[in-house]
Design a binder for this molecule. Structure first.
Ligand code: HEC
Length: 455
């Protein structure tokens, strides 16, 4: 790929909803300039217009204890950052949500993005001098859950079972550290069906230093693996759709795979917890899911994983991987995994009738974030047997890539953040023909917009 940059810019310009983007600031400006038209709104203010947006989309991280570098909860906290807020929101760097808004499915359960109208409103407010307005207009304050609470407990109550990693002594050396203890699992009397799981680093240390991790259960006397929970900054829990669950054996061992990346923080005996919520005793969901499965995005020509990755200095590399689905499937979530040179990853379906569709594309990948894009139930890709899933990764090893540590180096596969990887974690449940037929009929009845192709 010679120069993807112009293409990326073009795509920005082609955004479907460019119109409101241009129109709203003009409209708002018009109101400001004419200053008191009967119907015109008063100038935008922090108290009335901006605080509600920040409460909804920013303060979960930008609070005094959150992972954001500064709190954005009050006008005095927000005002000094107004220009930077405009910059990061108009460039869609904040809030972290890297899905291409112009391509593929856009309905997600965990959509964190700002709407075009909200982005335009923030920009117009900053351009107008970021006025505070009347504090009486402020929305009621929000309560920020403690970083040590289970995020899912509001919805699901406390976990049915909590498993813990073995303690690890974290050294603040700014280097990658791996910790892979094996811990016995003896939590249950009999098999249960997992409904939800949350991966919880310790608080406050672990939230700062655990970059990603997995807790995989290897059942006693069985060959399968049960991926109970996979974590990355930006992805900490999973709730399986109604009627879908993971089969958890009563005992076995948990293989923890924890990647610490401590910068300036350390402490002894760090423990990661995973909370598990089960379907009620005796209730068996209709569909068994494998949870997040890894799809390598490379040639896979019998080669060991990652051997295709070889990115010359100051250039780009494109890798593709494709898979023929041996049975029908429904996809719940999409989580690209690249490292610092990773820029784009798309997931495309080529249906048995030849029709092609980009299901999702992340076009602003940022290694600091491991976001799992959870499809809304009515938009989950429902794929017939024989569908080809095709993934494309684009690496940018030039100075254009803002998080490139050094564009003059060759880059190869490796576990460190400065080396590369190329795979997608896809939440997938395989269906037999009868289950697929039923799911398709339900989807058709719900008249969704997603096209479901059958031969
Ligand atoms: C999921 C957590 C999260 C959410 C939600 C979030 N941020 Fe951030 N924000 C961060 C983190 C972490 C950083 C540090 C840079 C990075 O890691 O990308 C950051 C950085 C920033 C910066 C740059 C600060 C600097 O000094 O460079 C700005 C500005 C910002 N955020 C504004 C916002 C606004 C405005 C929103 C809501 C519209 C928002 N953020 C939502 C976590 C978040």
């Amino acid at each position: 790929m010679k120069s993807p940059q112009p293409e990326l810019q073009n795509r920005d310009l082609q955004q479907r909803d460019l119109l409101p983007h241009l129109f709203l600031p003009a409209l708002l400006l018009g109101c400001l300039v004419t200053g008191g038209m009967a119907t015109a709104q008063e100038p935008l203010t922090y108290s009335r217009d901006i605080a509600p947006i920040l409460q909804e989309k920013c303060v979960t991280c930008h609070n005094p204890e959150g992972i954001g570098p500064m709190a954005l909860m009050t006008y005095p906290q927000v005002r000094p950052f107004a220009p930077l807020i405009k910059d990061r929101t108009t460039k869609r760097i904040m809030p972290p949500w890297h899905i291409d808004p112009t391509t593929g499915i856009q309905q997600f359960k965990n959509d964190a993005s700002l709407s075009e109208a909200q982005i335009a409103m923030i920009a117009a407010w900053v351009d107008a001098g970021a006025p505070e307005g009347n504090p009486a207009d402020l929305p009621p304050p929000v309560t920020i859950p403690s970083g040590s609470a289970w995020q899912l407990s509001d919805q699901l109550g406390p976990p049915d079972l909590i498993i813990k990693s073995a303690p690890y002594d974290v050294i603040a050396n700014g280097q990658d550290q791996w910790w892979s203890p094996t811990v016995a699992f003896k939590g249950l009397d009999h098999e249960r069906w997992l409904r939800a799981a949350e991966f919880k680093p310790s608080y406050p240390l672990g939230k700062k230093v655990v970059h990603h991790g997995h807790a995989v259960l290897v059942p006693e006397g069985e060959r399968r693996q049960v991926a109970l929970a996979r974590y990355g900054v930006g992805k900490s829990w999973e709730i399986y759709p109604e009627g879908t669950g993971m089969r958890v054996p009563p005992n076995g061992r948990i293989e923890w795979n924890l990647h610490y990346f401590p910068v300036g923080a350390e402490g002894d005996g760090d423990v990661v917890e995973v909370g598990l919520w089960f379907y009620p005793e005796g209730e068996q969901p209709e569909l068994e899911t494998v949870g997040e499965a890894m799809f390598r995005v490379d040639g896979r020509n019998g080669m060991a994983r990652g051997q295709d990755i070889l990115i010359p200095p100051n250039s780009y590399q494109v890798l593709q991987g494709d898979y023929v689905l041996e049975s029908a499937a429904v996809i719940h979530s999409y989580r690209p995994h690249l490292h610092m040179r990773g820029k784009v990853m798309s997931m495309e379906a080529i249906y048995p009738d030849g029709h092609k569709e980009v299901l999702s594309q992340v076009d602003k990948y940022n290694h600091n974030w491991q976001i799992s894009y959870l499809y809304a139930d009515e938009a989950k890709p429902l794929l017939p047997k024989g569908t080809v899933l095709k993934f494309t990764s684009v690496f940018d090893n030039t100075a254009n890539n803002p998080i490139n540590p050094d564009p003059n180096q060759w880059v190869v596969f490796g576990r460190r953040g400065v080396d590369e990887m190329s795979h997608a974690w896809v939440g997938i449940t395989y269906l037999n023909e009868e289950q697929f037929a039923r799911a398709s009929a339900e989807r058709a009845a719900a008249q969704t917009t997603l096209s479901v192709r059958q031969e």
